[in-house]
Design a protein around this ligand. Structure first.
Ligand code: BMA
Length: 323
């Protein structure tokens, strides 16, 4: 119904839910301009928690939890902001954005990596929580300019690993850094670089949702940005990282797999953006529920089969060469 007539379709691997957008600011229990870019996780009782980026009428963002039994409808939304910029954390002066959630089984806690924004620029902060009610804030783990970060759920030879996207004057690529204590990260190395020229992911790349463990490797949904005459286009591709050495990228898709299509993705506060920040896995162990920001305005849901994504990547991927 909301597909713009005559427009192309992406490969049909991401199936948009009929009820999209599944969350908008109209459902919010307090005044909000927009609700988008939500982290996602499955709670122990099987329900879905989204930690939504909420932009207020000043233009600053905070995070608010929404919970649902089926992950589609019947959302119970916290009546006040769940994680707001904290006065003890000057790196958050201009807001907190775009959370990515990973459950850490060995810690019994969720790690939330989010963009902490201040006059110094956007950096990556870490907060740990049992319940999405109280948070242990650990502050900046990657200083500005850096964003689009998520931690892996398990350690690699005794070290945690996080993907993130530092920006320099010449690059905006995905890196991986290690930590022994979830406080200090280092031993950073590039994993996936923006392509060049007219490619869909030539201007910047960044992690979308946290890495998904599969038998074949860590599956990444990543976003690529293309600059056009009328602004930027945010689309998503796939990559596969080595299970034991996640700094090694085994495959990367050449085409994008999921880009703006429906009206709510084409038109909004920022046009032409689909921006997943989280997935959950359905009980069948294969169906991903992908939660994504639509044009920086609302939240959409799409489902995708992990086995189909991997099969598609085999045909449409190539082994990347770092420059
Ligand atoms: C990126 C991030 C996202 C946003 C996107 C499109 O840089 O800030 O939060 O969805 O731009 O505006």
């Amino acid at each position: 119904m909301s597909l713009l007539p005559g427009r192309h379709r992406d490969p049909i691997l991401f199936h948009r839910h009929d009820r999209n957008p599944i969350l908008t600011s109209a459902q919010w229990p307090y005044p909000a301009n927009s609700v988008f870019n939500a982290g996602a996780t499955t709670l122990p009782d099987g329900s879905t928690l989204l930690l939504c980026r909420v932009e207020d009428f000043r233009g600053l963002s905070h995070l608010t939890a929404a919970r649902s039994r089926d992950g589609v409808s019947g959302w119970h939304i916290d009546t006040t902001p769940t994680l707001s910029p904290h006065p003890d954390h000057p790196e958050e002066t201009w807001g907190v954005e775009d959370p990515r959630i990973t459950y850490l089984p060995s810690e019994g806690r969720y790690a939330v990596l989010y963009t902490a924004y201040s006059p110094a620029g956007p950096g990556v902060a870490l907060a740990l929580t049992h319940d999405f009610i109280t948070f242990e804030r650990r502050g900046l783990i990657f200083p500005p300019e850096d964003k689009d970060a998520a931690i892996f759920p398990t350690q690699f030879e005794g070290r945690w690993a996080a993907l993130h996207r530092p920006v320099t004057s010449t690059s905006a690529n995905i890196h991986l850094s290690y930590s022994e204590n979830l406080r200090h990260f280092g031993d950073s190395r590039p994993v996936l670089e923006a392509r060049r020229g007219p490619w869909w992911d030539a201007r910047k790349v960044g992690l979308s949702a946290p890495p998904i463990r599969t038998e074949r490797g860590w599956l990444l949904i990543y976003h690529g940005v293309k600059t056009t005459g009328s602004g930027v286009l945010y689309r998503n591709g796939l990559a596969l990282l080595d299970l034991d050495n996640p700094s090694r990228c085994l495959l990367r898709s050449d085409p994008w797999v999921f880009g703006p299509r429906d009206l709510s993705e084409r038109v909004g506060d920022v046009d032409n953006v689909v921006f997943p920040c989280g997935t959950t896995l359905a009980p069948d162990g294969d169906t991903l529920r992908v939660y994504y920001g639509q044009a920086d305005t609302s939240i959409g849901l799409a489902t995708a089969s992990i086995s189909e994504l991997l099969a598609w990547l085999d045909v449409n991927g190539s082994v990347p060469v770092l420059e």
